[in-house]
Design a protein around this ligand. Structure first.
Ligand SMILES: C[S@@+](CC[C@H](N)C(=O)[O-])C[C@H]1O[C@@H](n2cnc3c(N)ncnc32)[C@H](O)[C@@H]1O
Length: 323
């Protein structure tokens, strides 16, 4: 981060002082929840590229950490589920962004009778050295921040989140990725990185960084079109296609045979018996799709059975199935 910090701080200082509606592109609709009124200013300052708020993660009044608060829209959405004093801790490195978020949360308090400003604690700090205790967080989230980091800093940021999560705690991430090579002149441009345009990794590398940090279970929940960087508009000879992903990384122990990564594959047994048992903990009922992690998908596929179909990755995994 060190080499890009000044530019990043400057970009988000400006985006805090004057909302910039086109700064990030999310194709995810804004969550509409009963009794939740999101102030217009928060919607104008929606600088994310997906959503990190999934009701399924937010049971039993979790303690939440949100890194890189922006205008506070997702912070408010998390508070909707947590509903307790200091239930959400928001951390940001930019003073002006913390001030804007604070102001927007007071605005939200006026519009939402259920919401109290003290549900959210805002702290100055960096993702690379979180001002948060070890093993104290149930759900951590970051939206469109980690892609700005160099790989070295991303490694540090993931290690920090892993440190502060309780065992089995969850990190929900949303970031751009790109399967197209991003030329060095774009990748090393601090402004483009800060704007979430040129720091993207491939999905495979992004997942590897997450599992290298120790997360034993990873869910790829969504993959969507994000942007293109076109020749003539950017310093590139070929069109670069960016997608955005939503991923949940769970601090489960690392299995001896490697992480369980769910990319939305399913196994379907269509043989003559009532079910198929792979003797490794997976029962496939006849003609019932079972969600499987990529590791299980590969293991079942290697049996070369003529009566089992394994689907491709849908990148839309929503829970359940093996592991
Ligand atoms: C692209 S914006 C995303 C904001 C918010 N997550 C959203 O979805 O609207 C990135 C945010 O991260 C903050 N930020 C930048 N570098 C940071 C760092 N090293 N540690 C913590 N926050 C940082 C910026 O001030 C900004 O609020």
């Amino acid at each position: 981060m060190s080499q890009y910090l000044d530019t990043t701080v400057d970009v988000y200082k400006q985006a805090a002082l004057k909302p910039d509606v086109g700064l990030c592109c999310t194709t995810t609709p804004i969550w509409q929840l009963p009794g939740l009124e999101i102030p217009r200013i928060m919607q104008e300052m929606n600088y994310g590229c997906g959503s990190t708020v999934h009701p399924r993660d937010l049971v039993r009044q979790p303690r939440i950490l949100y890194v890189g608060v922006g205008g506070g829209m997702e912070v408010l959405q998390f508070a909707y589920f947590s509903r307790q004093a200091a239930g959400v801790v928001g951390v940001d490195v930019v003073d002006e962004m913390l001030d804007a978020c604070d102001k927007n949360l007071y605005e939200a308090e006026k519009l939402n009778p259920w919401f109290k400003r003290d549900f959210v604690t805002l702290k100055k700090g960096t993702a690379l050295d979180l001002p948060v205790e070890d093993n104290s967080i149930d759900v951590a989230a970051q939206n469109c921040l980690f892609n700005i980091f160099t790989q070295e800093d991303l490694q540090k940021a993931l290690k920090e989140i892993y440190r502060v999560l309780k065992p089995h705690g969850r990190l929900v991430l949303s970031d751009p990725i790109s399967e197209d090579p991003i030329p060095d002149q774009l990748r090393n441009d601090p402004k483009l990185r800060a704007l979430c345009l040129s720091g993207s990794l491939t999905l495979k590398d992004y997942l590897r960084m997450i599992t290298d940090a120790g997360f034993g279970t990873v869910e790829v929940r969504a993959k969507r079109p994000y942007r293109v960087l076109a020749p003539g508009q950017y310093d590139t000879e070929k069109l670069i296609y960016l997608e955005s992903v939503e991923i949940c990384a769970i601090k489960d122990p690392m299995p001896a045979d490697g992480p369980c990564i769910f990319t939305g594959k399913a196994a379907i047994y269509y043989g003559e018996e009532e079910y198929f048992d792979d003797k490794a903990g997976h029962i496939l009922l006849q003609n019932q799709p079972l969600s499987v992690c990529d590791k299980t998908a590969n293991a079942i596929a290697s049996l070369n059975r003529p009566d089992i179909f394994i689907s491709e990755s849908t990148y839309f995994y929503d829970g359940g199935g093996c592991c």
